[in-house]
Design a protein around this ligand. Structure first.
Ligand SMILES: [Zn+2]
Ligand SMILES: [Zn+2]
Ligand SMILES: [Zn+2]
Length: 138
């Protein structure tokens, strides 16, 4: 069941371990970016301590196998690399994270390029608000 991830690990130069396979498998099923703590809690049977989970995630992210996501709090979260540009919106009340496939900031980037002379401009934007569930409880 976790076999698909072995070639991926090798491709990125990582040794294939059971724990690493479980980590990738769980992350690929995630519907939102996850913290090392969350992954560690869910993979209790993989017998990986939190430090190892954290170290593996950071190594994977440095190698470009997964992506590091900052959502404006003190936690680093991780998600599988998606090959399209997207953003996240975080609920102020329950912390739920949704993916946003829309982005119209390219025009702004070209304007910034013109005004500042910067090239290869990237942006890191996190949206926040009240999710549908929380808004309906207000
Ligand atoms: Zn909410
Ligand atoms: Zn995402
Ligand atoms: Zn964008």
């Amino acid at each position: 069941m976790t076999n698909n991830y072995a070639p991926l690990l090798r491709q990125y130069g990582f040794k294939v371990t059971r724990a690493r396979l479980k980590l990738l498998e769980r992350l690929n099923r995630a519907t939102q970016p996850m913290t090392a703590q969350e992954l560690h809690a869910e993979l209790a049977d993989a017998k990986m301590d939190l430090a190892t989970v954290y170290r593996s995630l950071n190594k994977f992210a440095d190698a470009g196998l997964i992506a590091r996501v900052q959502l404006g709090d003190e936690f680093a979260r991780f998600e599988f690399v998606k090959h399209h540009h997207h953003h996240h919106i975080v609920c102020n009340s329950c912390g739920k994270v949704s993916e946003i496939e829309l982005c119209n900031l390219d025009a702004l980037s070209s304007e910034i390029a013109q005004k500042t002379g910067f090239r290869n401009i990237a942006h890191h934007v996190v949206f926040s608000g009240d999710c549908q569930d929380c808004a309906s409880k207000q």
